[in-house]
Structures are given as C-alpha cells and as structure tokens.
Design a protein around this ligand. Structure first.
Ligand code: ADP
Ligand code: ADP
Ligand code: MG
Length: 655
C-alpha cells in the first residue's frame, strides 16, 4: 500500500477520499484554489498547497501546478476524485511520467471511453447492445437531420465529448431539429471544446440503470450490482438508489454481464460505471436495455453501492492502484437492504432550479439511523459561483426501500440550511411522490410533476413571515429599550417613544419588512407585541437563523428571508416602481448569445438572450412586450447576478 496520496479535487469528494486514505495510513496531501483555503478538506489534510485562483481553469484543471506539488511533496499516488481531471487521459499519462501512480484506470481505457461515439462502436463490437442511432464521422447539419428522420422522432442529439448532462437536446419534431442542433453544438463547443454530436433514438419511458464495475491489474473484473438514477432533471441525477426497483436476479445478471464485457473490451481496472438506458415501459427485461456511456472514474452516487454491500470502494481503488488483487470475488458479494442518495443543492427549484450562492449562515444536517452525510462545506462557509453548488449528499440505508426513503425524507426535513436557497423541500416532495414511492420510475417523472413537487413560484409563506416578524419585533423592542435605558437611566415604553422606532416610522401599528426582497407592511397591535394576520392551517414550528442583516425562517426545507427596513431608506418606497422592463442576468454566468438588436420589437416571453452558468444554458426571456433599449453587453461577457442586460421599453402604440 502507498504511504501518501495527493488528492486532486475539492469539496465533498476530496474529504471522502481523504478519510479512507487516512484510515489506510496514507499521508494526505491536498491542493486547493484561493477560494477554498478555508474549506474542510483543506483543514483535514496533513498538508495543503494552494495551486491558483478560484476559477478551476486556473487551479484544479492545471496539470503542471498539481504535478509540481506531487513532485515537491513526494506523493506516491494521486486520486483525481470526479469531475475536473478525472477523465483526462493526458493527465493520467502525465502522472505516470512524473512518477506518481494515478488512482484510476489505464489511460488507454479512459481514452477509449472518452468520446461517446467511439465508445459505442467499441462496445457494440464486444456484443453489448447500444441505443439505435447515428454515431459516425459526418457532421453536416443536413445529413444529421436526415439521419434523425430515419431514426424516427423523438431523438436525442448528444455531444460526443459530453458529460454531466450538458450538450444534450431532445428533439420531438423534424422542424425543430436545426435549432436544437445549433444550440447543442454551441454548448458542446463552449463546454468541451468539441462541437461533434451523435444522434440517438429517444428511448420511451427511459430508466437510467447503471452498473458499478471493478477490475484489478490481474485480469479480474466484477460488478458491484446496479444503481437506478432515473430521478433526473435536465439529464442530471437528483436521487439515486440501489438496488434498482423491480430488478430480478435474472435481469441483474444480464446487466452485470454486459457491464463487465464493456469493461473487458477496454482492459479496464479500477472503479468504473457502465451506464445503460432501459426501456421501462414493460418493466426491466434482459433484452430491454442499451449501453449509453462508461464513466471511467468513481461516481458521485457510489455511496449507495457502498451502503448495500458494506464495501469501501475508495479503499478498493487504492488497493487496485497499488497492484493488489480485488479483495473479493463476484460470488462473495451480497446485497443488504436498500440505499438512497439525495443531492442537496444550493439552488431554487421554485425559480427554474437556478443555482443559489452565498454564505451558509446555518448548516445543520440531521443524522439518524442509517444516515450518511458526505458534505464538503461547513456553517459559515460559502457556496461560490465557481464550482458545483452541491452542499451535501445525504444517503439513507435501511432494510427495505420504504424505510430507507422515510429515513432520507426525515433527515432532509430536519436539516436546517440558511443562506442560499436549497432543493430540500423539493427532494422531500419527490421522495413522497406516489409514483416514486411505488417504484414507477422514468427519467420524465420530475418534469411531468413540477407543480406537485413544488418547483413552481411559491405563495408567500405568511405563517413564516408572521413568526419572523414577531421575532424581529421583539428584538427591536429590546434594542430600543436598552438604548432608552442607557440614555435616561430608566426604561420608557419604546413603542410609544418618538425617536425613530425602525418598524413603525410615521405609521403607528405597522411594521415594514422586506420579504424575499419584496417590500411589505404588516399590521401590528397597539402594544407592538403581536402581528395582526389571519392565518389558518395547523400550528407550525420554525427554525430562526440570523445571518448578515436578515432573518431566515425555516420550516422543513422551506426558507423565508426577512429583513427590517430602515425607515430612512427612501429607495424602499421607490422599490416597487417600474423595474418591469429590466432584463437582468438571472445568476452569475456568461452571456453566450444575444438574439435581439437595439430597437427590436419583442413579445412578452420571447427568448432574448442566453446566459450560461455552472452547468447549463439558461434562456433569458423578455419580461414584457416592447422595444429593446440599452443593450449593455456583448455575447461572451461574464455577468454578475442581477447585471442589467437590456431594457424592454413599452412600445409607443403610435409607432
Ligand atoms: P455522476 O455521473 O458521477 O453521477 P454527474 O454526471 O451528476 O455525476 O456529474 C456531472 C459531472 O460533474 C461529473 O463529471 C462529475 O464528476 C462532476 N461533479 C459533480 N459533482 C461534483 C463535485 N462536487 N465536485 C467536482 N465534480 C463534481
Ligand atoms: P452524460 O455524459 O451527460 O451523463 P449520458 O449519455 O449518460 O450523458 O446521458 C445522460 C442522461 O440522458 C441519461 O441518464 C438519460 O436519462 C438520458 N438519456 C441519454 N440517452 C438517452 C436516450 N437514448 N433515450 C432517453 N434518454 C436518454
Ligand atoms: Mg452519463
């Protein structure tokens, strides 16, 4: 076994790898960007080295900086985690050249599986079923359109170099093909530097079922069962579980065999995942699934496989990299119960799942029986726009699927995250959705049920507002009483004091607040002790968290942000005015396309620009009909959240 490891990653996965490495007696060497200097994985490591500024391109993706640290520290091996350089064959080769063992598969296997078209051709030759479609060289748009027609709609256009759900477009009608192709190619070329695509038949009632495989350098290769990752949004996984609901031993054997054959076809060793798409319309069948791609690394959702087998897959990775044989044989592996993982994200399902950044004023993730939490951030830390906005993975294990799901839902519901918005409430709703509970899974479930899952603009939570306002009121009264006491030596009734009571300036009996940035007035009783609101429904209990200059009121994953309004702030009054025509960047990101010119007339809801952030292209829509004015930026510009892109002036009816 090695005596030291350099972990070329960050966040939750860097910490998770470091824990196993420490247990195996390895010295843990971390590398980090300037933005991550205070991150938990840095604190945990035996030594840590800064490799550059926040953007990954200038730190986590710079081979030379990373290998420089490896050489200086004498790291014996390097674990790449996932994302970043984990599936980069040149990087794996550079490690070898620098005398550092890459904890991963042989570079030749990474390369063979790196492009989806070549990977499909290769496994097809090995007898593994692939999704019908076109994965050839020709990239002429007219030719591709013709191919799509022959394959039959709906089809999926995929970037051959794609990953993470990016560079993928479903097309339902021949007429929509060109626009989808152009948008897919643009995203592919921006994200992967390779605009080439392939076209696949879109499988009906698709289920994503993947198989964890493991090989050693002695020719042994086995599978560690399957995971179902059908709960997806925009082709990205939201909830993953093992085993797959409805799986039978016979079908499992067919999946396992296909996965192992795909691995053998490229001389695989280490951890890998073979992803299949299954036609779920008639349940899982031995002849009803197709190879999609192989990920030549550890997978984000590997903990569910660990939970049902009791294995530590990162330990296996280190053992295989050190030249040991696989510690077990296929027939020694057993499935114990059921495990489910939810990806807790800093994002707002209620606003199209926009990423949400900022300081984590509270982060209290609930544990409990069968609960594992893999997180890379701590209370007081920050979710930055530079990296994946995942806060934690919460994994629940139990004797049955229902028990595991109950445990997961309870852990999420009891967790308190204040600051950035999260998908906690959405996850709880999904876990309890009747189709999901019943194991009626397909990748369209989330999109079909957005409203039922609460992924729509919410009504104001008045009970939360009242609870928060009451707390603010009490605090403000106490503050004023104290101020009055220190001035005069005795306490007057602050509510009747005339010297600028912040909540009732000029208008006695009202409190002014910003609720989620919206100004509101709330009626207050004469003593300033109660909020006068009609609230029906059962009594609820809230967690209150103060952070920055706001109060966060939380209930089972739902967050309401309140702030007292300074009575002297005149912009408050003006706030509700005509911001209506302003087109702003919905988040920190890059303006990749502007579809209108100065003076153009647009319809309400028309797509006027695209902002790319984090993982995706986000369309920017005209907030009303009118004329484009004051175009502020060109395509290619980096924008901060809320940056003005243009205005839509009300069109003069005469013109
Ligand atoms: P997986 O296929 O392993 O389930 P995804 O496809 O959801 O993972 O992840 C998208 C890409 O982003 C993958 O390349 C994954 O390795 C990477 N990724 C996801 N989360 C993180 C993270 N917290 N840190 C670094 N990379 C990540
Ligand atoms: P990525 O590299 O981005 O993970 P994949 O090829 O694995 O790309 O596809 C991502 C997701 O898109 C899959 O998990 C699945 O939900 C969906 N998908 C991919 N191919 C098909 C297909 N042919 N039919 C239906 N859904 C598909
Ligand atoms: Mg995939």
């Amino acid at each position: 076994m090695f005596s030291s490891v350099l972990i070329a990653n960050r966040g939750e996965i860097a910490l998770r790898v470091a824990r196993t490495a420490r247990r195996l007696g390895l010295r843990v060497i971390a590398v980090h960007s300037e933005a991550d200097a205070a991150a938990p994985f840095v604190a945990f490591a035996d030594e840590a080295h800064c490799i550059g500024p926040a953007p990954a391109r200038e730190s986590y993706l710079v081979t030379e900086r990373i290998l420089d640290v490896a050489r200086r520290t004498g790291a014996e091996c390097l674990h790449p985690g996932y994302g970043f350089l984990s599936e980069n064959a040149e990087f794996a080769e550079a490690c070898a050249a620098a005398g550092v063992v890459f904890v991963g598969p042989p570079p030749s296997a990474v390369r063979a599986m790196g492009l989806k078209d070549a990977a499909k051709s290769l496994v097809e030759k090995a007898g593994v079923p692939v999704v019908p479609g076109y994965h050839g060289e020709i990239q002429d748009p007219a030719f591709l359109k013709e191919k799509a027609y022959q394959i039959g709609y709906p089809v999926l256009i995929k970037a051959v170099a794609g990953g993470g759900g990016k560079g993928m477009r479903r097309v339902d009608k021949h007429a929509d093909f060109e626009e989808a192709l152009a948008s897919c190619q643009r995203e592919a070329s921006n994200s992967f530097g390779d605009a080439r695509v392939l076209i696949e038949k879109y499988v009906t009632a698709p289920r994503h079922v993947e198989v964890q495989i493991f090989g050693d350098r002695h020719g042994n290769i086995l599978h560690v069962f399957e995971r179902d990752c059908s709960m997806q949004r925009r082709h990205q996984k939201v909830i993953e579980e093992a085993p797959a609901p409805g799986m039978t031993p016979e079908v499992r054997a067919a999946f396992g065999k296909a996965a192992v054959e795909a691995g053998r076809a490229v001389g695989y060793f280490g951890a890998g995942t073979v992803e299949f798409i299954a036609d779920g319309s008639q349940g899982l069948r031995p002849d009803g699934f197709y190879f999609m791609e192989m990920n030549t690394r550890l997978q984000v959702e590997h903990p569910v496989s660990e939970a049902i087998t009791g294995l530590d897959l990162v330990e296996w990775q280190f053992r295989v990299a050190a030249g040991e044989k696989l510690p077990m044989r296929q027939e020694d592996l057993r499935i114990d119960g059921h495990a489910v993982e939810a990806r807790l994200y800093a994002e707002e399902p209620e606003r199209g799942f926009l990423p949400s950044t900022g300081r984590l004023h509270a982060l209290r993730l609930a544990g409990g029986e069968g609960i594992r939490i893999d997180s890379g951030v701590i209370e007081g830390g920050e979710v930055t726009p530079f990296y994946d906005p995942m806060i934690a993975k919460v994994i629940a294990h139990g004797p049955t699927r229902d028990i595991a799901l109950d445990r997961l839902r309870d852990a999420l519901a009891e967790s308190v995250v204040a600051g950035p918005k999260t998908n906690t409430r959405f996850l709880c709703n999904l876990i309890d959705h009747p189709d999901f509970r019943a194991g009626k899974l397909d990748t369209g479930l989330i999109d079909r049920n957005l409203a039922a899952l609460g992924a729509v603009p919410p009504e104001r939570d008045d009970a939360a507002v009242a609870a928060g306002a009451l707390a603010l009121l009490a605090e403000e009264k106490a503050r004023l009483a104290e101020a009055a006491m220190s001035r005069s030596g005795w306490a007057s009734d602050p509510w009747n004091a005339t010297d600028g009571f912040a909540m009732a300036p000029g208008r006695k009996g009202e409190i002014r607040l910003q609720v989620e940035g919206e100004p509101i007035f709330l009626p207050v009783d004469a003593a300033g002790e109660a909020i006068l609101m009609d609230l029906d429904g059962p009594e609820r209990s809230f967690a209150l968290v103060e952070g920055g200059d706001a109060l966060y009121v939380l209930d089972r994953g739902r967050q309401t942000r309140l702030a007292l309004v300074d009575p002297l702030d005149v912009s408050f009054e003006a706030g509700g005015g005509d911001g209506g025509g302003l087109v702003k960047a919905p988040m920190h990101g890059k303006l990749v396309a502007v579809f209108v010119a100065e003076g153009d007339l647009v319809e309400k809801g028309q797509r006027v620009a695209i902002v790319e952030a984090m993982k995706m292209e986000h369309p920017v829509l005209a907030p009303r009909a009118g004329r484009v004015e004051g175009l502020a930026h060109e395509a290619g510009t980096q924008l901060g959240e809320g940056a003005r892109i243009m205005s839509i002036a009300e069109a003069d009816p005469a013109s």
